[in-house]
Design a binder for this molecule. Sequence first.
Ligand code: UCC
Ligand code: FAD
Length: 612
Amino acid sequence: MADAGSMRPSLTHCWLGDAFLRDTVAAYFSRVPGTEKAALRGFRELEDWGWRCATEVHELGREAGLPDSEPKLVPSAARDERESAWRKVNPVDDGGARMELRTSDAWKALHRIAAEEGLVASAFERDRHAGGLSRAFQFAKLFMFNASSGLYSCPLAMTDGAARLCEVMGAGDPVLASAHGHLLSRNPDEFWSSGQWMTEINGGSDVGAGTETFSEPASGLCAADGWADSLLFGYKWFSSATDARMAFTLARERNEGGELIQGTRGLSLFYVEVRDAAGRVRDTIRLMRLKGKLGTRQLPTAELELVGVPAKRVGERGRGIAHIAEMMNITRLHNSITACSYMRRVAVLTLDYALRRSVFGRRLVDQPLARSNLAHFECHARASLALTMEAAFLLGRKEAHSASAEELGLLRVLTPLCKLYTAKQVVWCASEGLEFFGGQGYIEATGIPEILRDSQVLPIWEGTTNVLCLDVLRAMRVDKGRGALVLLSRAAEAAVRAAGVGREGLQGPAAAVIEAAEETKGRISGLLGSLRGDDEDAGLSWLKPIAFSLAKIFACGLLIDRARLPSNPNHLDTAVAQAYCSGVSNAPGSVELGHVDHSVAKRIVEGLVEAD
Ligand code: UCC
Ligand code: FAD
């Protein structure tokens, strides 16, 4: 892939070229006894996949991002003949102008590859990766795929969340069991993707207040829709997987007096089949328009009008948000691994460029200020991956029913922390990374502008940063902050272990982590205390700094733990731990590391060049 003759960015093998990823995955396999064979098999698969991602997937992703490949709405032909039986029983359906969605060949090819590679299925193949390792394995695959995937990562995230919902909610339900089979299929012709319709025009954060879509009992449905018990009416403001076969959504129900129940407790969860057996959008779902977006232009994000869509209520009446949270917690971790994937991409491309571009008589890689940039990119790429893979590992253990109560508490708080923190890191890295290429970074043909545009959505969808900070608080209220305290103790214990090995360079970072953990513990108790008292607003002003500190401290713990291992007497791991941990208390409420010592930055860059 190298393009030595020009300044165009070039890619490396996504597995063999990424020692940090390989070591991270190996460390998870070695934590679970008896997985040696699975590890060997898994690594072979990851190696093949790493090459496919850097070549075929990358080409398809670039093609999906071209203006000509953007999804389009086109008037639908021969629609009047369709579902005429259905229209007889649905007086609302006036048979108005219908549109159909057209996606590119590259997008469709990515769907097929995702099925073949089991990008969703592998998470659920728990026997293949015992002890909950299926999530760590799947996330390694996603990490290599996402930055190259032309955002096919987005429908896959929702598909994974939907598969988990089917698994959790679908016991004994043949409709959900069948959907589950399609969502996990490795046969591209059988594989379904899923949408997640939560946002309406009145607001996507406060879903309990903003949802106007309502359900009515279904009666007299045509035979084909015999599985449905409800009809949905409303307007969904953002649907990003509009090419999906199914969706999970929320709608309001009526009380015994026939009035719509307001607020969160009025919302139930519904399963919808968006398309018929031939793959055509149902007549009762109107594709109103595609969104004109800053980025994510590969993605068919549409507004949908629901005019009596057959649906099936899933779970308890009025528990829609609590139920769909299972899906959101999965998609939020997909958001994190996507952020990690882009950060690795920025780190790889900038290093490659720095080795080839000379300014003022020296290569960029030899210039102290540029080295500092490169060190920051590498630190962010590693910290975010360490954080997200730990969450994925815990998720795998939860799903395999092998997680302890402590691990479950930790996962609950770590999920929003990962999402909010990595999404901010990647926006910083994408912007700084683009600038690193000078004017070339601003040129579409390099693919760099797309990274910046597409990263910018990561702090918005699946819950904005403020909303996720409030979710961290929700988690802390439920367990009185225990999950957050476990997180801090684990980081502090890792720092104590690192200080104990007596390796030069780890003492200072270890002390910084221990101090930051103590300070944050105090802030949490202040925050929870203020919520019990009468100065809630003052307490809440600390929420964001606390959330960012928790994420940063936990990442420090993971990086320093890795640097101290006897198998890692590697100066690169130590230098990264030094750089990241030295910034642990800087700029609370932001991802910035602040000043990185020049000798540390130099060691990081030299380590990377050596490994290249
Ligand atoms: O954006 C979207 C798709 C984008 C495309 C896909 C990208 C995927 C990544 C791809 C990478 C390339 S879909 C829309 C996403 N929308 C959101 O994320 C909504 C954001 N708003 C929130 O998260 C809010 O915090 C709400 C809606 C959850 C707040 O609602 P309420 O009304 O304040 O809710 P409550 O009363 O606090 O919570 C209701 C119940 C409670 O359970 P019970 O009743 O048992 O106490 C909560 O504990 O839901 C429970 N709950 C949760 N449980 C709420 N959030 C969670 C959670 N995260 N985990 C577990
Ligand atoms: P609002 O909820 O109006 O928020 C506005 C501002 O208020 C934000 O800055 C927010 O942080 C802040 N805020 C909210 N609550 C608080 C609070 N309590 N305290 C302090 N600040 C607060 N949604 C779907 O359901 N399905 C999809 O497929 C989908 N795809 C999307 C694709 C794209 C490209 C985009 C951009 C969005 C998509 N969304 C989708 C919608 C997305 O989930 C919402 O935009 C997001 O959840 C925020 O909701 P909102 O836009 O209504 O903003």
